[in-house]
Ligand binder design. Structure first.
Ligand SMILES: O=C(O)c1cc(=O)[nH]c(=O)n1[C@@H]1O[C@H](COP(=O)(O)O)[C@@H](O)[C@H]1O
Length: 250
């Protein structure tokens, strides 16, 4: 069902800057202009351009989601999150599969090392949106129900006081029904977009109607012939769906 409150709330779209060079990312940010302020920096760009590029975008007033998906022993993750928090990023990711001690260490590090008045929020990745049911079997999970598995990891994440989880649109309603956690949702595709390596995709309208708090969109914008138009169209779909009433359409 549509969340009534959701109709009034703006859902930020984090554009995934999955590029090999800072200049490519900079060019896109300039094209999208001062009115777009949410960006995700992931493994590729961070390894290519590092902390300097994060700081560069922050100095332009951008909100940064640093998506390095930490998954290591608690001590290592603690100090990695501490460094991310000192950078002043808004969000950082860890894998829920790293376990409760690891998630607690991450939350504690964000709490202690964030800049004054700028709390870095920890998001726990549940099941990557590239995973299918068959992957659950191969990985030896006890269930082949993707929603149940996401919910299971979400409960663990909630116990560790993370801010939210990363999941596909198809699990948002279950996360929202059982916890108070925020949801960051990748795997966003409109009807004409190629799925690429994503398995659990959904339209932006569907994600928002399910209650997604933030969306992550990469290639449908970064690889578009006209990224500015692609982002505008996506935002129009989101705001249109926030004012719709009735049943969700997939
Ligand atoms: O943590 C993420 O952002 C993430 C989690 C996940 O389960 N799936 C997923 O696609 N992502 C990221 O979201 C972005 C999606 O990019 P596109 O598939 O190009 O829209 C990529 O930068 C991924 O690294």
């Amino acid at each position: 069902m549509i969340n009534e409150k959701q109709q009034q709330v703006e859902v930020p779209v984090f554009v995934a800057l999955d590029f090999a060079h800072a200049h490519e990312a900079r060019e896109l940010v300039q094209k999208l202009g001062e009115h777009h302020s949410h960006y995700k920096i992931g493994l590729q760009l961070y390894l290519a351009a590092g902390r300097a590029f994060v700081s560069e975008l922050e100095s332009e007033g951008k909100s940064i989601f640093l998506d390095l998906k930490f998954h290591d022993i608690p001590n290592t993750v603690h100090f990695a999150v501490a460094e991310a928090a000192k950078l002043g990023v808004d969000f950082v990711t860890i894998h829920a599969g790293g376990g409760k001690e690891m998630m607690k260490s991450a939350v504690e590090a964000a709490h202690h090392h964030s800049l004054p008045q700028h709390q870095t929020k920890v998001l726990a990745v549940t099941l990557l949106t590239s995973l299918h049911v068959n992957d659950l079997v191969q990985l030896g999970y006890m269930t082949t129900d993707l929603v149940k598995q996401v919910q299971r990891l979400t409960y663990l994440a909630q116990d560790c006081n993370v801010h939210g989880v990363v999941c596909s649109a198809h699990e948002v309603a279950a996360v929202k029904a059982s916890t108070g956690l925020k949801t960051m949702v990748p795997g966003i595709r409109t009807s004409g977009d190629a799925k690429g390596d994503q398995a659990r995709v959904a339209t932006p309208e569907y994600a928002v109607q399910c209650g997604a708090d933030y969306l992550v969109v990469g290639r449908p914008i970064t690889q578009a012939a006209n990224p500015v138009q692609a982002l505008q169209e996506l935002k129009a779909l989101i705001s249109g769906s926030q004012h719709e009433t009735g049943e969700m359409n997939v």
